[in-house]
Write a protein that binds this ligand. Structure first.
Ligand code: ATP
Ligand code: MG
Length: 319
């Protein structure tokens, strides 16, 4: 049985001329201890999908589909807050937007340990220092007395990771956890997160627009386009033998040192949101392999890809 199962998730928000669909027909599962990457360009619905799991959707949103966690439907109200406090932790892209600037790092880190795990303030403080050490922050006792503005972005994101780990959740939803950081800090923070995750057997949904990062970190990947999953495969298969032209395009657009003199083959055009998509395949207007039929009907997701041509095309991957 999987830890998290999302079935037929759809999300729409009220707009000036009716409902605007942001996410549609999303199916996604995460096993215990498994790391799954959710990849796609800006606006494809990655954050909305993760937020819908925790009920953190925009006001007035209409959400349908099923979310099962540990075999039971995701609860609401008080029981949902309980799940959020102990079993599913979320790490946000911009740590500064999610900490209270007038509370010390120590108060921030120990709050859940005292409130949820029932530790004494002294025990929680000691554990906070140990956690900071685990995420590569030394001099923890001094850090606990500092305030968010006194820490760099990289340090603050490590504090956020420590706080996510503090209650040893079953699942971490990491929404672009390292996008705001420089490249070196980014790989350090990802390495720490990966190590601790494996050590404590925590599952993770890693949301990122960086397919390479996701493939290096996760066992399985799902690619989103215009609010839908267009491909889902084990990471190595998806990067090596993509089935959807969009995935292939993402792989080929990556800047790579050895190809520095070549022109980057970029995907032409811009991504669309679900509510802007044409009735056929939403990717068809940007797709080099599109046939007239692709603009007419929407290809169904067959468990691996949503493309009429995936069986006949041999697409370029990562080699
Ligand atoms: N609060 C909101 N109300 C209405 N529409 C929203 C809201 N937040 C996001 N959207 C729209 O929903 C769509 C999906 O947004 P989402 O934030 O899930 O994308 P994303 O894949 O996470 O993109 P990014 O990589 O930029 O974070 C986008 O078109 C976005 O403009
Ligand atoms: Mg997002």
């Amino acid at each position: 049985m999987s830890l998290l199962t999302i079935e037929g998730l759809a999300l729409a928000v009220p707009g000036a001329d009716g409902w605007k669909t942001l996410v549609e027909e999303v199916d996604l599962t995460i096993g215990r201890g498994e790391a799954v990457g959710l990849v796609g360009e800006s606006g494809s619905g990655k954050s909305m999908t993760a937020r819908a799991v925790l009920g953190l959707t925009p006001p007035g949103a209409r959400v349908s589909g099923r979310v099962l966690f540990d075999g039971a439907p995701m609860p609401s109200g008080r029981a949902l807050r309980e799940v959020r406090a102990r079993r599913i932790a979320m790490i946000f892209q911009d740590p500064r937007a999610h900490v209270n600037p007038v509370r010390s790092v120590g108060d921030f880190l120990t709050e859940a340990m005292i409130g949820v795990l029932g530790l004494s303030a002294r025990e929680a403080g000691a554990r906070a220092v140990a956690l900071l050490d685990e995420v590569g922050v030394d001099d923890g006792a001094r850090r606990l007395r500092q305030y968010p503005h006194e820490l760099s972005g990289g340090l603050l994101q490590r504090v956020m990771i420590a706080s996510a780990l503090a209650v040893e959740p079953d699942l971490i939803l990491a929404d672009e956890p390292t996008t705001a950081l420089d490249v070196t800090t980014q790989s350090e923070v990802m390495a720490i997160l990966g190590e601790l995750r494996r050590e404590h057997g925590m599952a993770m949904l890693l949301i990122t627009h960086d397919l390479e990062l996701a493939a290096a970190t996760c066992e399985r990947l799902a690619v989103m386009y215009a609010g839908r999953i267009v491909e889902s495969q084990p990471a190595a298969a998806l990067a090596g033998r993509p089935l959807h032209p969009y995935t292939s395009g993402l792989l080929l657009s990556r800047p790579r040192l050895e190809r520095v003199s070549d022109r980057l083959p970029v995907i032409p055009g811009r991504p669309v949101a679900a509510y802007e998509a044409d009735p056929g395949c939403a990717f068809a207007p940007r797709c080099a392999h599109a046939l007239p039929a692709c603009a007419e009907a929407r290809p169904a997701f067959d468990g691996a890809a949503a493309c009429f041509r995936s069986a006949e095309l041999t697409l370029q991957g990562d080699s």
